[in-house]
Every structure is written in structure tokens, then in C-alpha cells.
Design a binder for this molecule. Structure first.
Ligand SMILES: [Zn+2]
Length: 550
């Protein structure tokens, strides 16, 4: 009775294309069908009709798309890639409610082995094998008999026409529901495997390739030291680029738990020393999108539209004659530090601080001390800016981000598969990582306090995080549909009395600024303002300190 399984279809070519499209439509898309079925509009008979129409639309679209690559030597590799991409995407969609778009894919391409290791789990491997590898092996073993290219072209054109016809007719059939679902639930378009990956990779390539071929454009070529540089001692600023810290869990921001005792103590030590900015939004929802944008002079809107390559804040600081240094305790500086002194901590072996190939953020303080000594004295005499790129609250392995003696919130989730823990355990582990960032910032400020310079610290996180609200985990949703917890980030400045005096800063003015809406757009211009540098590219309207200087 199973003889049909051994039956060789008359046209194995067409059969393989149809089988691949059918698999991808159904078993390649469990997250799509699950979420569509759960929508409030999708209900009863009409809902079933809509889901069936969507299924036929996707099947037709996939047949048409695959017909374009149904050529020997191309069909099977592409088919295997589509199957594996769908299976991997399915895992992250089901487990973290992630969606697949171009910035998410860029982030994946820039992920290092350690970060990838944190996301591995038995469930991921099982999903990849069952939904990806098994059908991929089947596809690879299918015959692809030789035929004249004209005949293959005709048969592919036939597939293309049939696919488009099915897709078109089914779209007409359910158009009203289709239009309203796509309008009201924008995330659905990012759930359609494997078209989301294909489209996202295409968009990422279209966005990045023209930039890589452009020559780098200089900015701030007119930069000059301001009048305050006549005063001694020279300024020393530490910019801490935070990781995955969300404002909602920051004690200073009003969170019910005291996750920031060190910063709170510093704030109480005197007016104007420590300021918490309560209303700051990130440029992107992932590191790859946010960090380059933060250091750009363009601001979010222009940065995202720009096809040109520009220098960044660090280049301007260096051009002004300052000593500049980038220390990375994460996955790299995303190209920002290429032209300035920089160092990574990943190969350091410090007992108690570095474990399993990664270090706690505190490791950067002695590294900074050592590396600063190597910078030219004539530059340091004009001023110094150090960027510390934190590991912060990088997930999902939040429990790795703090040492055992700094984990007040228990019990914490120690699994990489966050959905296997209770929400309370996930939040505990995350809050411990914020508590450790507070400790790290406190230590850095204490170090700054010991330096014989006009010192300051500016901390801002690169994006926020979802901790299981509405079953969402991690970050990286497209900005337009991401929840505020992924975009609302903590920002802190600490200004030594010497720095306050140097800039004649008004404490009440800073206090006022602290509640106003700010964003990553302000970082570039505020650092120029804090370091008292004059250039055409500096926009005082985006400089937090501009109106507060005497
Ligand atoms: Zn990040």
C-alpha cells in the first residue's frame, strides 16, 4: 500500500519544487499559523477561510519564487538554505516571539561564537534537525534528471505562472481580511518563513553594500578646542556604552526594586554630581543598529536614510587632538574604533573576573588604567575620552553577568532557554545584571574620583529588553512595532566638582534637562559639549549641556 512512496513521478523536477513549497508553507511556518489563528479578527468560518486563503497565497508565492531558482546546481543548495533558515527562524519565533527582519539578520551575521553559544539549546538543535535537516536530506536525494535547458525554462515558466495565478486568486478571495490584518498587525509580515529571511537579507545587502563601496567622509574637519581648555587640569571623560539595560528595571528610574544602590548613594552626595535622565529612547532595538547610530552626527532618521559612510564622534575627538581609547568587553566596536587606539578583553585571563572565555565588566577598569599610560602625553594634556563597551545585561544568559556575591535577587534563571524558567526567575537574573552594572558604574566613578583631572562619566544603554511581557523575550523587534521596554533606556551622567566648575554648569538647569525627552541623537553633540569642542557639526539643540553652561 506504500508503493506510491516508491513511485517515481513523471516529472521529478516539478514534484520536488511543489514538495518544497508545500513543506515550507505548512511545517516551515508553525509560528505564522499559530499567531494568525490567535488574532481576534480570525474567528469562526470566516477566520478559517482567511487562514486557508493565506495558506494558498503563501504556497503560490513560494512556488513562483522557487521556480526562479529551479535550475541544476542552484535548486538544491537554495532549497536546503530555505529549509534550514525556516527551521532556525521557527525556533526563535516560537520561543522568544522574535521576528525576522533586516536589522535582526545583520545582528545575527555580526554575532560572535560566544553569543551564539548562549542561544544554543537542545530544543534549538531538535527543531533544526526535525524541521530543517530531515527535509533537506530528502530534497538533496531527489533526482534532477538532465533535460534541454529550453524545456526546463518552459517548465519553470509554467511553475511561475501557476504560482502567481494561485497567489493572485487566493489574495482576491480573502483580500478584505488580508488588508485589515496586515494593517493592524504589522508583525505578521515578518513571520512569513522563508520570505522574511530572503527579503531581510536582500534589504540588508541593499542597505550595506552601497555604503561599503563609498569612501569614508570626514566630519568636523574644523574642530577646535574651546576657550575652557586654557584651564587646568585637562578633562577626562568615560563614556560607558551599556548593553540591554532597560529603564523600566533601573532603580534610579523608579523601579520598585533597588537595582542601583551605588548610583543612588552617589546622587545623594551633592547637587549636580549624578543625574539620571528618565526619558531617553534608543536609536534601534539591537546592538548592530544602535551603537553606530549613537556615535553618528546624523541622528536616527538621517542615519537610517543615509547611504554614505561618515566618520564618527571618536574621529572628531581624535582630530581635535584629544587622547581617545575604546575598550571592548563585548562583541566588538562595530567598526567605530578602527581609526583610534582600541583593545578587547576577550583573551584576558583574570582569576575570579574572567571565566569560560568572557570577563565581567569590571575587568575594563585596570585595562583602562594600563592602556591610558600608553597614550601620547601631548594628547592627554588636551583631554581624554575613553569608551567602555559593556557586556551589561546581554541575554539570554543574564545569570552570567554578575558574580555570585552580587546577586541579591533569588532564585534566578540559570537556563539559556528563558521560557523554561518562571518569569520571576528571569526577572531576578536580569535585575542582578542591572545591579552589577550599578556596581561597575560605581567602581568606575570611584576610579575617576581618584584621577587628578576634571572627570566625568556618561552612561547610556544601547537598547532595552523584553522579559516575557506578552510572551516576548530579548530584543530586536522592528522599531515601529517594538514595545517601549526595548526602546526606553537608562542614561546617567556623573560630573566631578572640577568638571562642573570647568563648564560652570547650572545644577538646576541639569535637573530640568533630566526629565525632558532625549534620545541617542543627543550623545554625539553632548560629548562635544562636555569636552568643550567647537565645530560646525556640533548642534547645540542636541547637546544636553549646551543651555546649562555658564
Ligand atoms: Zn545591545
Amino acid at each position: 500500500m506504500f508503493s506510491f512512496l516508491r513511485h517515481r513521478p513523471r516529472s521529478p523536477h516539478l514534484a520536488s519544487v511543489l514538495a518544497l513549497a508545500a513543506w515550507l508553507t505548512t511545517l516551515g511556518n508553525p509560528a505564522l499559523w499559530q499567531q494568525l489563528w490567535a488574532l481576534p479578527e480570525v474567528d469562526g468560518l470566516r477566520g478559517a477561510r482567511f487562514v486557508l486563503g493565506m495558506g494558498l497565497f503563501l504556497l503560490g508565492t513560494l512556488v513562483a519564487t522557487i521556480s526562479l531558482v529551479a535550475w541544476p546546481r542552484l535548486f538544491k543548495p537554495v532549497g536546503v538554505f530555505l529549509l534550514l533558515a525556516s527551521a532556525a527562524a521557527t525556533h526563535f519565533m516560537l520561543v522568544y516571539s522574535a521576528v525576522i527582519d533586516s536589522t535582526m539578520l545583520l545582528n545575527v551575521l555580526h554575532t560572535d561564537a560566544k553569543e551564539a553559544g548562549d542561544l544554543m539549546s537542545l530544543r534549538f538543535i531538535l527543531t533544526l534537525v526535525v524541521l530543517g535537516l530531515v527535509p533537506a536530506i530528502w530534497l538533496w536525494r531527489q533526482p534532477m534528471p538532465a533535460m534541454p535547458w529550453t524545456r526546463r525554462l518552459l517548465s519553470n515558466l509554467g511553475l511561475l505562472a501557476a504560482g502567481l495565478l494561485v497567489a493572485g486568486l487566493s489574495l482576491v478571495w480573502v483580500f478584505q481580511d488580508f488588508a485589515s490584518v496586515m494593517r493592524n498587525h504589522k508583525q505578521v509580515r515578518y513571520l512569513i518563513n522563508p520570505l522574511n529571511t530572503v527579503y531581510g537579507l536582500g534589504k540588508a545587502a541593499a542597505d550595506t553594500l552601497p555604503k561599503t563601496q563609498q569612501t569614508l567622509q570626514a566630519i568636523g574637519t574644523d574642530v577646535q578646542l574651546g576657550s575652557r581648555h586654557a584651564q587646568q587640569p585637562p578633562p577626562l571623560l568615560v563614556v560607558v556604552v551599556g548593553e540591554t539595560a532597560r529603564a523600566a528595571n533601573f532603580g534610579l528610574g523608579g523601579y520598585a526594586r533597588d537595582t542601583t544602590p551605588a548610583l543612588t548613594t552617589l546622587m545623594a552626595q551633592g547637587p549636580g554630581l549624578l543625574t539620571y535622565y528618565a526619558n531617553v529612547r534608543s536609536c534601534g532595538t539591537n546592538t548592530q543598529a544602535s551603537v553606530p547610530c549613537m556615535f553618528s552626527h546624523l541622528g536616527k532618521a538621517d542615519f537610517e536614510d543615509s547611504t554614505q559612510r561618515f566618520e564618527n564622534l571618536l574621529d572628531v575627538l581624535q582630530r581635535a587632538g584629544l587622547a581617545v581609547l575604546w575598550i571592548d568587553n563585548q562583541s566588538g566596536c562595530k567598526g567605530l574604533c578602527e581609526r583610534i587606539p582600541n583593545t578587547e578583553t576577550r583573551d584576558l585571563k583574570v582569576p575570579g573576573v574572567c571565566d569560560q572565555g568572557e570577563c565581567l565588566d569590571e575587568v575594563m577598569i585596570p585595562v583602562m588604567e594600563r592602556e591610558l599610560q600608553a597614550l601620547p602625553a601631548e594628547r592627554k594634556a588636551k583631554g581624554t575620552v575613553v569608551v567602555l563597551h559593556q557586556m551589561g545585561s546581554h541575554g539570554p544568559a543574564y545569570h552570567k553577568r554578575a558574580p555570585a556575591n552580587l546577586k541579591p535577587f533569588q532564585p534566578e534563571c540559570t537556563s539559556n532557554a528563558l521560557q523554561d524558567c518562571s518569569r520571576e526567575q528571569v526577572v531576578n537574573a536580569y535585575d542582578n545584571s542591572i545591579r552589577y552594572t550599578d556596581h561597575f558604574l560605581g567602581q568606575t566613578i570611584a576610579w575617576l574620583g581618584r584621577q587628578a583631572q576634571s572627570t566625568a562619566l556618561l552612561y547610556v544603554s544601547d537598547h532595552g529588553e523584553s522579559l516575557g511581557e506578552n510572551n516576548l523575550y530579548l530584543h530586536g523587534l522592528p522599531y515601529a512595532i517594538a514595545p517601549d521596554t526595548q526602546k526606553h533606556v537608562p542614561m546617567v551622567t556623573w560630573l566631578s566638582p572640577a568638571m562642573q566648575q570647568r563648564l560652570k554648569l547650572s545644577v538646576s538647569c541639569l535637573k530640568q534637562r533630566a526629565d525632558q525627552p532625549l534620545s541617542h541623537d543627543h550623545l554625539f553633540h553632548s560629548v562635544l559639549g562636555l569636552m568643550d569642542l567647537n565645530t560646525q557639526v556640533h548642534q547645540p539643540a542636541l547637546d544636553v549641556f549646551a543651555t546649562c553652561k555658564g
